[in-house]
Write a protein that binds this ligand. Structure first.
Ligand SMILES: Nc1ncnc2c1ncn2[C@@H]1O[C@H](COP(=O)(O)OP(=O)(O)OP(=O)(O)O)[C@@H](O)[C@H]1O
Ligand SMILES: [Mg+2]
Length: 574
């Protein structure tokens, strides 16, 4: 066998190399050749699939777990697209005896204690002669050259990526965007076009989860900015085309800045965004901040906003708004009865009139007579519905939510509900009121003016800190709202309701709500949380190491699960 050092030298001198010499020289993109350490197989079962590559010493430091590679089959015009699933050192003999790449191995200069390195590949898909994506069906032959992925097309076909839509980030491996031979990044989009197979993906809902500070809100703002101005056909209204109304529940007062441009956006960055069809820039007057008045107007979180109040009449539709604290089922049923009876006598009753009604001895007498509410339960309710917070949140004299609805729910607007200035009780009522209006309208169970209005537009409901409202540990009143949302979410496509839920605590998010979400954007998080959030197993153990901006996208209707690197700046003011 030739001395490899000598061989290498000759290779450099001789333009025409012998077959052995050719076997040795790998182009910069090539990483090695298919070998047989134990067996080489592809199979319908993942477990039985085993493709291994011999990595010559000169390439050992170039490969990392997760890297994407391509195996052009050679004997057919197909390429296998794969990722590196395992890297291992093997005893030299193991390969030498069993594989038919003897020549190659024997000639290789041995280092690192006479072991050889191989990589086990995870075949993801196959790229056909016309550039079509197929399932893996042909086996690569021993000795076939394996190379790194080199073109955007290979990544797109191999990972089944849509070529336009809502931009989320760049396809990445181990925190770095992958680069094509032309030094280009590969953008990742969510399907946003009904002419594609399926539907705009947001209507099957999106989760953005990650530990505190890992960039959820940053991602959400960049993502929501992409949605603004999209056009969707309304399935139920003869397919008329509508731009969405985006409603944002904003507990940290972070979204109003979407109105403004990011002043630090460089010209280069703008050109890059433009080149990839990524929307940027403040949305100006399309965005309105709505701030509920609690006792007195206290919000001052942004230069321009609209105060509003929750009219008590909304309790007619949503009795749980005044179910302060935990009610048992019996109490809840009684509360619904009480509210119904009150509005029967006072069609546009106020909270004060309601309290008067509840405290009026005649009311108790009525229930004693008709037996509809047990006196004991009635007294328990009397205490529950009289709370100082309720006095401050209902009927505060500002614009009423049910009168503002034409502005809040309109085509091509972004309505931000700021809640940071509110007490926890008031915040709950405000958020539940808005969520309830949307869910009921979309379920067609609100035969009201606002109900008919909401129904007209695609609604994208963005809820930051979503685990606070769609909880796992539910009180009776939480259960009502969660059930509504599960129903509404199930028919999101039909009703044009998209949920974008953002949380740092997926394990507190109601599991049935979570089950309705098809697209998961997962930022750095603990392993246990990753499991709850539905991360693919192979990403569960790496997610804890994800620094800001690194994310996994698990969107079965859009692409294979993969890693992305988000933009490291905000496309609007942040
Ligand atoms: N990809 C990124 N590149 C650079 N900076 C980022 C990136 N993502 C987030 N940041 C910055 O990190 C900080 C935290 O981000 P952000 O507020 O989005 O996190 P979060 O996950 O929403 O946190 P919380 O759980 O507190 O709501 C912000 O100052 C933001 O500007
Ligand atoms: Mg946040």
């Amino acid at each position: 066998m030739a001395d490899p050092v000598e061989l290498e030298r000759k290779l450099k001198i001789n333009a025409v190399a012998s077959p052995v010499e050719q076997a040795l020289s790998l182009a910069p993109d090539e990483i090695g050749r298919i070998c047989i350490a134990e067996e080489l197989s592809i199979a319908t079962e993942d477990k039985k699939t085993h493709i291994e590559v011999y990595i010559p010493e000169e390439k050992r430091n170039e490969l990392a777990l997760g890297d994407y590679v391509v195996i052009p089959l050679g004997y057919k015009d197909y390429k296998i697209f794969a990722s590196v699933e395992q890297l291992c050192y093997r005893k030299r003999d193991a390969l030498d005896d069993m594989s038919d790449v003897h020549v190659f191995v024997g000639a290789e200069r041995l280092g690192e204690d006479d072991y050889i390195e191989t990589a086990v590949l995870n075949p993801i898909s196959m790229i056909g002669p016309e550039g079509q994506a197929l399932e893996v069906r042909y086996i690569p032959k021993p000795n076939t050259l394996v190379r790194k992925v080199t073109s955007e097309d290979e990544v797109k076909i191999g990972l089944d990526l849509p070529d336009k839509g809502l931009f989320l980030g760049f396809v990445a491996v181990n925190g770095e965007p992958i680069q094509t031979r032309q030094k280009q990044y590969v953008p990742y989009y969510l399907i946003n076009d009904e002419t594609k197979t399926g539907d705009p993906l947001i209507f099957t809902h999106v989760l953005i989860a990650g530990m505190s500070g890992r960039g959820k809100t940053h991602v959400a703002k960049n993502f929501v900015r992409q949605i603004v101005g999209s056009v969707y056909p309304m399935e139920r209204r003869g397919g008329e085309q509508r731009k969405p109304c985006i409603v944002i529940i904003d507990p940290e007062n972070e979204y109003w800045k979407m109105r403004e441009d990011n002043p630090y956006l460089t010209k280069d960055a703008q050109e890059m965004l433009f080149g990839h069809g990524i929307k940027f820039g403040g949305i100006k007057e399309k965005l309105t901040v709505y701030a509920a008045v609690e006792g007195e107007p206290r919000y001052s979180g942004c230069p321009k906003y609209t105060n509003f109040t929750i009219p008590f009449t909304l309790v007619k539709d949503f009795p749980y708004l005044i179910a302060g604290g935990e009610l048992d089922e019996n109490q809840y049923v009684s509360l619904v009865q009480l509210v119904r009876d009150f509005f029967y006598y006072h069609e546009n009753g106020t909270y004060q009139e309601f309290l008067d009604f509840v405290d009026n001895p005649n009311t108790l007498e009525m229930y004693k007579q008709n037996g509809r509410i047990h006196p004991g339960t009635f007294q328990a309710l009397q205490r529950r519905v009289d709370r100082p917070q309720f006095h401050k949140i209902f009927d505060q004299g500002a614009n009423s939510l049910t009168q503002l609805y034409n502005d809040i729910f309109a085509e091509d607007v972004v309505s931000v509900f700021a809640t940071k200035h509110l007490s926890p009780d008031a915040e709950r009522i405000v958020v539940l009121a808005i969520l309830s209006m949307i869910a009921d309208a979309k379920l067609k169970s609100a035969p009201t003016d606002w109900g008919r209005r909401i129904e007209k537009f695609p609604i994208v409901l963005v809820v930051d800190e979503a685990h606070r409202y769609f909880t796992r540990d539910q009180t009776q009143q939480d259960r009502v709202i969660v059930e509504k949302f599960i129903k509404a979410a199930k028919q999101g496509r039909k009703h044009r309701l998209a949920l974008v839920l953002i949380t740092q605590s997926p394990k507190d998010l109601n599991e049935s709500v979570l089950a309705q979400i098809s697209t998961r954007i997962l930022l750095g998080m603990e392993r246990e949380m990753a499991e709850f959030a539905g991360a693919p197993p192979r990403y569960q153990k790496v997610l804890p190491y994800f620094e800001r901006g690194r994310m996994i996208v698990h969107a079965p209707d859009n692409s294979k699960p993969l890693e992305l690197k988000g933009l490291d700046f905000c496309v609007v003011m942040h």
